[in-house]
Design a protein around this ligand. Structure first.
Ligand code: NAD
Length: 479
C-alpha cells in the first residue's frame, strides 16, 4: 500500500523525509511514512480549495455524490479484512475490535451520510416583512482540516469525512503519527471510488503538520479529535481567526452503580466499557461509583473478571486485551498506577506490564483500584489505559454532584433497576451522552460529543450535517 502524501490525486514524497510507524505488539517498525512540511500542507490546502469550487465537485448532482459515498462504503466493506488487519497491526486493537467495531462503524458512516446527500434542505420562512419571499440554503464551508487521534483511526476519520463530503466540502486529513496506515488505505479506496482529485487530501506527520494545517488561512473549518490540551490550543487559534471548529476531546466517564443495580450486568458492562481497546477510548468507563452496601461484592467480581481476561497480540482471535499504542502511552499508564498507589488507593489487581513472550510489546494488565476517593488524581484525570477506579458512596442524593465534579463531560452511565432513578440521574449529569444499563455504543445516527472540557460541537446524526454547513438567507422582493 501507499505510504506517501496524497495531494491533488497524486502520491508524493514528503518534504520532511519519512517517519516510522510501529507495531505496538512487538515494538517493530511496520513502515516508513512520508513526513509533510509546510510547503506540502500548503499544496494540500490549495488543491482542496481548487477542488471545492471546481464544477466537477461543486456542481455534482446530489445523486452522483451519494453514489460516490455508497461506492466508498462498498470498497471499505470489501477490503474489511485487510483494513482490520492494518488497524490491528498499526494501532494494536484486537481483531474483534478492528473487524467487529472499527471497520463496520466506518462503513456505516459512509452509508448513513450517503443517504443524507439528497435530503439536505433549507426552509421557506414566514418572515413578517410584507412583499418578500424568504428562503434558506445550507451551504458547505470550504476546505475542512480533519485531525484525528490514534485510538480509533479509521472510525474517527469516518465520523468526520463522511459528513464533510456529503455536504460538499473538500478535506485535508492529518492522521495521528502513531497510526497513519488505515487513513492512507482509505484514501486509496476513495480514489478508486472515483472522488475527483483534490477533494480528499492526506498529509502525514507529527503535531507540526497539524499545526500548519490549523494555521493555514485557507482552511475554513477544523474538526479535531484528541487531547483536551491540544484542543484548547486549536480552539484558541480558530477563535482568533474566526474559523469553524469542532472539538472532540478527553473524558473521565462516571459509571454510577446504585444499590439495586444488577451487579453481574454492571461488572460485564464496566469491563467492556472500561477496558475495550485497553481503555484507550475517550468515553471509557473509568470512575465507578458504587453504593457502599454493594462495594465488596462489586469489587471482587470486577477484579476476578478483569484477571480472567486474555492479554495478547491483536491478531490472535482469542485476545481480549491488546497492547497500548506506544511506549509513551505504556509509561503514562504505569505512572498513573504509581500515582494511585501513592495516593493511598487499594490496588486490587493488575498494576504492571505483561511479561513473558509479551515483554517486547506495550502490554499492560487490566488494573482495578478500590477505595478510591474523589480528590485523587486517578479519579480526576484521563488515564487512557486499562485502569478502573472504584469509589464507594454513601448518599445517593450526592451522586449527580459527584459525577459532575469533573472537568470533563463526554459520557456517563447509570446502572439501576429503577427507571425513575436512572432517568433522573441521566437528566442531572452534565455529559454529552448518557447510557442506562449498557456499555458505550456509537451509531452514525446518534449525536456524539462532549460538554465542558470534553469539547464543543457534535458529530454523527443530523448534527454533523449542521456542523459542516452554514445557512444562507435569501430574500426576494415580490413586487
Ligand atoms: P493528541 O491531542 O496528542 O493528538 C491528536 C492529533 O492532533 C494527532 O494527529 C496529532 O498529531 C495532532 N496534534 C498534536 N498537536 C497538535 C497541534 N498543536 N496542532 C494541531 N494538531 C496537533 O491526542 P492523542 O494522544 O492522539 O489522542 C488521545 C486523546 O484523544 C485522548 O485525550 C482522548 O480522550 C481523545 N479522544 C477523544 C474522542 C472523542 O470523541 N471525544 C475520541 C477519541 C479520542
Amino acid at each position: 500500500m501507499r505510504t506517501q502524501l496524497h495531494i491533488n490525486g497524486q502520491w508524493l514524497d514528503g518534504g520532511a523525509g519519512t517517519f516510522p510507524t510501529h507495531n505496538p505488539a512487538t515494538g517493530k517498525v511496520i513502515a516508513e511514512v512520508a513526513a509533510a512540511n509546510t510547503t506540502d500542507v500548503d499544496a494540500a490546502v490549495t488543491a482542496a480549495g481548487t477542488a471545492f469550487t471546481s464544477p466537477e465537485w461543486a456542481e455534482m448532482a446530489p445523486t452522483t455524490r451519494a453514489r460516490l459515498l455508497y461506492r466508498l462504503a462498498d470498497l471499505l466493506e470489501q477490503s474489511g479484512d485487510e483494513l482490520a488487519n492494518l488497524e490491528t497491526t498499526d494501532q494494536g486493537q484486537p481483531l474483534f475490535v478492528s473487524s467487529g467495531i472499527s471497520v463496520p462503524n466506518a462503513v456505516e458512516h459512509f452509508r448513513y451520510y450517503a443517504g443524507w446527500v439528497t435530503k439536505i434542505t433549507g426552509i421557506t420562512g414566514p418572515v413578517s416583512t410584507p412583499g418578500v419571499d424568504y428562503r434558506t440554503r445550507r451551504e458547505p464551508l470550504g476546505v475542512c482540516a480533519l485531525i484525528t487521534p490514534w485510538n480509533f483511526p479509521l472510525a474517527i476519520l469516518s465520523w468526520k469525512l463522511a459528513p464533510a463530503l456529503a455536504t460538499g466540502n473538500t478535506v485535508v486529513i492529518k492522521p495521528a503519527e502513531q497510526t497513519p496506515l488505515s487513513t492512507l488505505r482509505l484514501a486509496e479506496l476513495a480514489q478508486e471510488a472515483g472522488f475527483p482529485a483534490g477533494v480528499i487530501n492526506v498529509v502525514t506527520g507529527g503535531p507540526d503538520v497539524g499545526k500548519a494545517l490549523v494555521d493555514h488561512p485557507n482552511v475554513a473549518k477544523i474538526s479535531f479529535t484528541g487531547s483536551t490540551e491540544v484542543g484548547r490550543a486549536i480552539g484558541a487559534s480558530a477563535g482568533h481567526e474566526l474559523k469553524h471548529v469542532s472539538l472532540e476531546l478527553g473524558g473521565k466517564t462516571p459509571s454510577i452503580i446504585t444499590a439495586d443495580a444488577d451487579i453481574a450486568a454492571a461488572v460485564q458492562g464496566n469491563l467492556m466499557g472500561g477496558l475495550l481497546n485497553s481503555g484507550q477510548v475517550c468515553a471509557a468507563y473509568s470512575r465507578l461509583y458504587v453504593d457502599r452496601s454493594r462495594n465488596d461484592e462489586f469489587v471482587n467480581k470486577l477484579a476476578e473478571a478483569a484477571e480472567a481476561m486474555t492479554i495478547g497480540k491483536g491478531e490472535d482471535p482469542t485476545t481480549q486485551i491488546g497492547p497500548l499504542v506506544s511506549a509513551e502511552q505504556l509509561e503514562r499508564v504505569d505512572s498513573y498506577v504509581q500515582i494511585g498507589r501513592n495516593e493511598g488507593a487499594e490496588l486490587v489487581t493488575g498494576g504492571s506490564r505483561a511479561d513473558g513472550e509479551l515483554a517486547d510489546g506495550y502490554f499492560y494488565r487490566p488494573t482495578v483500584f478500590a477505595q478510591v476517593e474523589q480528590n485523587m488524581r486517578i479519579a480526576r484525570e484521563e488515564i487512557f489505559g486499562p485502569v478502573l477506579s472504584v469509589l464507594p458512596y454513601d448518599d445517593p442524593e450526592e451522586l449527580a454532584t459527584l459525577a459532575n465534579d469533573s472537568a470533563y463531560g463526554l459520557a456517563a452511565v447509570i446502572w439501576s433497576r429503577d427507571i425513575g432513578t436512572a432517568n433522573r440521574l441521566a437528566n442531572a449529569v452534565k455529559a454529552g451522552t448518557v447510557y442506562i444499563n449498557m456499555p458505550p455504543m456509537l451509531d452514525a445516527a446518534a449525536a456524539w460529543g462532549g460538554m465542558k472540557s470534553s469539547g464543543s460541537g457534535r458529530e454523527m446524526g443530523w448534527e454533523a450535517i449542521l456542523a459542516y454547513t452554514e445557512v444562507k438567507s435569501i430574500w426576494t422582493a415580490l413586487t
